[in-house]
Design a protein around this ligand. Structure first.
Ligand code: ADP
Length: 594
């Protein structure tokens, strides 16, 4: 199976790795934040309901206090008036003409005295109109005195709460009934609704609305009723948001237990707030879009990050791969640009270092092989070529001697003699390579040696219009070298420089101190070396010259290395070349002078 490119594999690996935590964190945040929003909304609702309950209960307490005060007053007045035995029947003691003077608090609608089997006596009312005489308190079938406590009566928006308090006069004769003002209660609920939003209403445990902040509260109460009957919760009861009709949310809190007016048993009343689900949904929708936005941003960042990783990792790796291919193909001169300081940069460094080592190793190997081959053929050359050459030279000399006046002989003998001399020079160079011997070191003044080599080439320089400059700046010029071998090295470098400037130029020879060495620089302003040839310059038999042997640099490098030094060059095609030789101040491993 074909494997995917590395970049694609990295992206495929990084993206899910990045997405997994994003999805996890996003999901958790989403889940918990939504929960938190719901909880916070519920808490707020319950707080509002609590405030509402406080308000209603405060008015009921107020009514109870009024009832208590009136009962005490009536009981005391009656006792004072009676003075001893209690009169019979009891009703007679409380005459409709009793005049009481008190101020009704805003939540109290009416105050009356209830008597068994007789009409209530209304003591005061906040409304102008007096209630109907037959049943002024609108208490259905209230023909017996009810037990003291809170009494709820009425349906369909006529919610009335009575707070009953017994009038004590030896034994209970009557009750003081304080009617809480349903309109005041409605007004209070409306105020709350205005301040908090939504609709407030009081319902009984069958879901009937007794009083509400507006008249449109009866809608959807079927569901509310079902919810109330399912959940007999004693305390504040948040109705879950999904109990509404889809857009309404109900929250309920228990107002308390009341006795039913005219019926047996008790009724539990609830204060309920109906609110729009909208705000909650909006907040959750906001949360959703924020979470989606964040996830999208995280995904985009993940993708960009993965892309960057792929780019920053894959790009240099591909370059390294290409480099390995070129090295495998024998091109040891390739180098990568570093450009960064991280692991990849170090890898590039290591690769470049390895390529450089391979190149040096290859060069040495090539040199060693070439030199070994040269060594092998040198003795053959010495005998099989040089001896016949000597013989041929002897014959030519003999011919010239015998036929000095024959122009044909002289002409051809001259040509043969030149060819023999050329061949002889080649053999001599060749043998010199073969016989690069262990240098015999002795103290030599390199400056003097260089000067003598320059003078040797003065004629050639002049002929080629080459100007020569020297800058012998090294402070220590006397070092242990093999004078003969080193003379040959510099002669070769100077000669090459002059030959590289056929149209004239400047030859500069300089020296400088290295850390533990002497540096010699031979610089020319000549043709330079073409980039494709730089790798071959200095290998045995490489030459670009018509009559060149290609051995000069190879021998020179061998000699310098035998001295424990280095020979290298820098060049720019068309802009000259600089050949540098570095020789140690102290001999390292080379043979000392005998
Ligand atoms: P040869 O001089 O016989 O060619 P060398 O080993 O001395 O042998 O030089 C090898 C080749 O290196 C030369 O043929 C030439 O192409 C190149 N070379 C050497 N020195 C220089 C230089 N200073 N400028 C340009 N090319 C040079």
């Amino acid at each position: 199976m074909r494997t995917l490119p590395l970049g694609v594999r990295i992206v495929a690996l990084v993206v899910p790795l990045a997405l997994l935590p994003i999805a996890f964190v996003g999901g958790m945040a989403y889940y918990y934040l939504e929960d938190a929003i719901r909880a916070e909304a519920t808490t707020r609702e319950l707080q509002m309901l609590d405030d509402g309950l406080d308000l209603v209960n405060a008015s009921l307490d107020q009514a109870a206090r009024v009832a208590e005060a009136v009962a005490t007053l009536l009981g005391g007045a009656s006792q004072d008036a009676g003075g001893g035995e209690r009169p019979q029947p009891e009703e007679a003691a409380i005459a409709p003409s009793v005049q009481l003077s008190f101020t009704l608090s805003p939540s109290v609608h009416r105050i009356a005295i209830l008597r068994a089997g007789a009409s209530p006596i209304v003591l005061g009312t906040r409304t102008a109109a007096r209630p109907a005489a037959d049943n002024p308190m609108n208490l259905p079938a209230f023909d017996r005195l009810a037990a003291p406590g809170r009494l709820a009566a009425g349906t369909g928006g006529t919610f009335t709460v009575f707070v009953l308090h017994p009038v004590e006069r030896g034994r209970r004769l009557a009750q003081v009934a304080v009617e809480v003002d349903a309109r005041w209660l409605r007004g209070a609920l409306a105020d709350m609704a205005r301040a908090a939003g939504g609709v407030f209403f009081v319902v009984d445990d069958e879901g009937r609305v007794l009083v509400g902040s507006d008249d449109a509260t009866t809608a959807h109460l079927g569901r509310l009723q079902a919810a109330l009957s399912r959940r007999a919760v004693p305390g504040p009861m948040p109705l879950p948001p999904d109990e509404g009709n889809g857009s309404d949310v109900y929250y309920g809190a228990q107002l308390g237990e009341f006795r039913r007016a005219g019926a047996a048993g008790t009724v539990t009343l609830y204060l309920v707030r109906r609110t729009q689900r909208g705000a909650l949904i909006d907040r959750i929708a906001d949360l959703r879009s924020t979470a989606a936005l964040l996830s999208g941003a995280a995904l985009a960042m993940g993708l960009v990050g993965a892309g960057l990783i792929a780019r920053t990792v894959v790009h240099p790796l591909n370059a390294l791969l290409g480099m390995t291919g070129r090295i495998a193909g024998g091109h040891f001169d390739v180098r990568l640009k570093k450009g960064r300081d991280d692991e990849i940069g170090r890898l590039v460094d290591a690769f470049n270092g390895m390529a450089a080592s391979l190149e040096t190793f290859r060069d040495r190997l090539v040199d060693a092989e070439s030199f070994a081959a040269i060594g092998r053929v040198s003795s053959t050359l010495a005998h099989e070529v040089r001896n016949p050459l000597n013989a041929m030279r002897g014959c030519v000399d003999y011919l010239r001697l015998k036929r000095p006046d024959d122009p044909v002989v002289t002409h051809h003998a001259g040509i043969i003699a030149e060819e023999i001399a050329e061949l002889d020079r080649f053999v001599r160079d060749f043998l010199r390579v073969a016989r690069v011997e262990r240098p015999v070191l002795g103290p030599v003044d390199l400056h003097a040696l260089l000067e003598s080599r320059l003078q040797l080439h003065e004629a050639a320089s002049l002929a080629s219009h080459v100007k020569t400059t020297r800058d012998f700046a090294a402070t220590r010029s006397v070092i242990p070298v093999d004078a003969q071998q080193m003379a040959m090295v510099f002669e070769n470098l100077i000669n090459n420089a002059i030959e590289a400037m056929p149209g004239g130029g400047t030859l500069s020879v300089s020296t400088a101190d290295g850390p533990l060495s002497l540096r010699v620089e031979v610089r020319d302003t000549g043709l330079g070396i073409a980039p494709e040839l730089t790798g071959r310059v200095g290998t045995p038999f490489f030459t670009t010259k018509a009559g060149g042997t290609g051995l000069g640099l190879a021998i020179s490098r061998r000699v310098v290395e035998a001295h424990g030094g280095r020979l290298w060059f820098e060049t720019r095609h068309g802009a000259g070349a600089v050949f540098q030789v570095e020789l140690p101040h102290e001999s390292v491993g080379a043979g000392e002078s005998a």
